[in-house]
Design a protein around this ligand. Structure first.
Ligand code: SAM
Length: 688
């Protein structure tokens, strides 16, 4: 029994009604008492600090009893082995702490939903057994797992190259003002960000393993379905806490999990905070064989939610469009007063400018498409006077409707309707003169005709992205242009952007070029060769001549660099969650022979944290039998022996000699979490 259970059992046993003649707790009587808000029961729970913290929530200075949680706890078969079934049907299907019967929501329910899954991996192609911690029964274990971690191997990169980190810069509001690349499991990474970044992040983009079994990430791309959902739920819940109230999250996913992920996001973020489902064309069928099972799959999706949708302000986006031939007229004398305006066809004008007798002749001579292209070029260059007529709806402002009427009564005369905060409207013969300039905008540094962005994106090329950033990630790399659009939609300069499935670092690279602050988390050992190397290229390096650094910088010119007129510069900090038992897991994963595994086991006996029930002596006595197992099974077995709560070093253990945290790392970790040296010492003493 763990300590919490012991406290609960001992406290409830104080009340005679709650124990049987055999001295066992009467579970059903206690549950009845809970449903009846029994004063004695509530009094007992309130008088023990641990019980109060778990089963009560503080609201406006009052402690409110969480009856659902308490009943769930009592009913859990692992807690008390009482066979009483009266309440069985009431439990299990709870959503956000409410019984399903009482809730109107549609939600996903699956085994191990209320569990935490660590979900770690450092090498490609490796699988290892997962453990689920039950949120109710293993509170202590979960607290340890999700406690902020010690950070080590700090490096800062600038145009002068890699430097030692001596301080962590903060903004006026006290928030860390550094770009961060963090190596480690993202669940623990997110929890380590919470103390500093809760309610601070403006945009989260994630591109998790799609769970199709096809990705390079053999391990967590082939979770079984419910395990994948637990993995995502655990991470999304912390991610939500990191977002600002006006912050947003974009989650990219394929056909395979989209339906489930949509419901999960509804549950975590609230259905009312759903903004869009964006469909993106990621490939075209040309050159592919026909598929027998259904139509060719080309779409991926981005699910877009706000933390609080009503607080989010969208920056409207536009996409390039071909010339719209409806814009076929021009005002001949723009510089005159509008009342004197006359108009004519631009096709005829362009034809005569090019020496043809009329448009029909021009089209015949140079081909229809070429001629339209010329007309389009003219329209673009003269968009302030090129126009089309559009209908005026009955919902237009009062002045517009009045002028519309007058213009119908006075054919051939242009009227002007004024509008507050908007351009004036010009009206002729009951129709609006809509200028082409409203459609012309600058996109990626080019002046082009545009149309408003919809939720179907077909204009972002996937071909050629392998070269972006000068690094390659076999599967899963996303185009810089995609990230630029998302960041444009929801942020401004200086806002914090987070991607905790960092991959090749596309989000970081684009955020950097757009002067946003960013945080990337990635657990794979390739973090150094991919995102870190890529971000170094983005920042660039001063050129060297005769071994001296010159001011001229060489920087990444791929991806969106040109569109953003990127010139290099800035910095980032790289750091890692300090591993402990995880280092043994890494060694086990890498090992190729039985002898290597046995040598690791010898080390583990002395230096690792083994599960409490591992009997070293018995294990050694049976080592010959261990040797008969397949190497894969041997590996899984050794990993199973390790205590997964000790994969990384907890902040509260920073001063523990066993973990050998250097003074430099202690200082920087404490700076990161804003802990004064004295506080750590006091805390450690009390802990002891
Ligand atoms: C599909 S890739 C992301 C690709 C990225 N959007 C890009 O453009 O390069 C997903 C990444 O998430 C990482 N990942 C998966 N599970 C993780 C975990 N539990 N902690 C940290 N990183 C994880 C994988 O190693 C992989 O690099």
């Amino acid at each position: 029994m763990n300590i919490f259970h012991e406290i609960l059992v001992n406290q409830l046993a104080v009340e005679g009604r709650f124990i049987s003649d055999e001295g066992e707790l009467k579970k059903f009587v206690i549950i009845d008492a809970a449903f009846n808000m029994d004063r004695t029961l509530i009094g007992l729970l309130l008088t023990k600090k641990e019980l109060k913290q778990k089963f009560f929530t503080q609201i406006a200075g009052h402690w409110v009893f969480d009856i659902n949680l308490f009943v769930r706890y009592m009913e859990n078969k692992n807690f008390l082995k009482d066979s009483y079934t009266r309440y069985r049907n009431k439990i299990g299907l709870t959503i956000n702490g409410k019984f399903a019967k009482q809730s109107n929501e549609v939600a996903l329910v699956w085994p191990f939903k209320d569990c935490i899954l660590e979900g770690g991996q450092t090498e490609e192609d490796q699988k290892r057994p997962e453990i689920f911690f039950n949120e109710i029964l293993a509170q202590e274990e979960i607290d340890q797992l999700t406690e902020p971690k010690v950070l080590v191997n700090w490096e800062r990169y600038t145009t002068d190259g890699t430097q030692k980190v001596t301080d962590i810069k903060r903004g006026k509001n006290g928030i860390i003002k550094e770009n961060l690349i963090i190596k480690g499991n993202n669940l623990l990474g997110l929890h380590s960000l919470l103390p500093q970044f809760e309610n601070q992040v403006k945009l989260i983009y994630i591109d998790p393993p799609y769970n199709t079994g096809n990705d390079a990430f053999k391990y967590n791309d082939s979770f079984n379905h419910s395990t994948w959902l637990t993995f995502m739920k655990n991470r999304l819940e912390v991610a939500r806490r990191l977002l600002r109230n006006d912050g947003v999250i974009f989650v990219q996913i394929s056909d395979y999990e989209i339906g489930y992920l949509n419901v999960l996001l509804d549950e975590v973020f609230g259905r009312e905070n759903f903004v869009n489902k964006i469909s993106i064309k990621t490939k075209s069928p040309s050159g592919f064989k026909t598929v027998n099972l259904g139509v060719f799959e080309t779409a991926e999706y981005i699910l877009f939610y706000g933390k609080n949708k009503t607080r989010f302000k969208y920056n409207p986006q536009f996409v390039e469009k071909k010339y719209d031939t409806n814009y076929s007229l021009q005002i001949d004398n723009m510089s005159k007063d509008y009342k004197e305006w006359t108009y004519s066809s631009i096709k005829e004008y362009v034809a005569s400018e090019n020496g043809y007798t009329n448009a029909k002749e021009a089209s015949k001579q140079i081909g229809k498409n070429n001629f339209i292209e010329k007309v389009g070029d003219f329209a673009l260059k003269n968009s302030n006077k090129v126009f089309r007529f559009t209908e005026i709806g009955n919902d237009a402002g009062k002045d517009t409707i009045e002028k519309k009427r007058s213009s119908i009564a006075n054919k051939g005369v242009v009227f002007k309707a004024e509008r507050e905060g908007k351009d004036d409207r010009f009206i002729l013969n009951g129709k609006e003169i809509s200028f082409y300039k409203k459609k012309v905008k600058e996109i990626d540094g080019k002046i082009v005709p545009t149309t408003i962005l919809t939720n179907i994106w077909t204009d972002i090329a996937w071909e050629g992205i392998a070269k972006e950033g000068g690094i390659s990630l076999k599967k899963g790399k996303k185009p810089e242009k995609l990230l630029k659009r998302l960041i444009d939609m929801a942020t401004k300069k200086g806002d914090i952007v987070l991607d905790f499935f960092g991959g090749s670092g596309t989000t970081g690279a684009v955020a950097h070029k757009m002067n946003r602050q960013y945080i990337l988390i990635e657990q794979m050992n390739y973090i150094k060769d991919l995102p870190e190397a890529r971000l170094k290229k983005v920042i660039g390096i001063k050129t060297k001549k005769a071994d001296k650094l010159h001011e001229k910088i060489e920087f990444d010119i791929s991806g969106v660099s040109k569109a953003l007129n990127w010139k290099g510069g800035g910095s980032f900090i790289y750091t890692e969650l300090k591993q402990y038992n995880q280092t043994f897991i890494n060694q086990i994963e890498k090992a190729e022979t039985e002898n290597e595994l046995i040598a690791i086991w010898e080390e583990m006996k002395i230096h690792s944290f083994l599960n409490y029930n591992v009997d070293i002596k018995k294990h050694d006595e049976n080592i010959e039998e261990f040797k008969t197992l397949e190497i894969k099974t041997q590996k899984n077995h050794l990993i199973k022996l390790l205590n997964k709560n000790q994969l990384y070093v907890n902040l509260s253990s920073i001063d523990d000699e066993d973990f050998k945290v250097s003074d430099e790392n202690k200082k920087l970790t404490n700076d990161f979490y804003e802990i004064k040296e004295e506080e750590t010492v006091t805390q450690t003493k009390t802990d002891l």
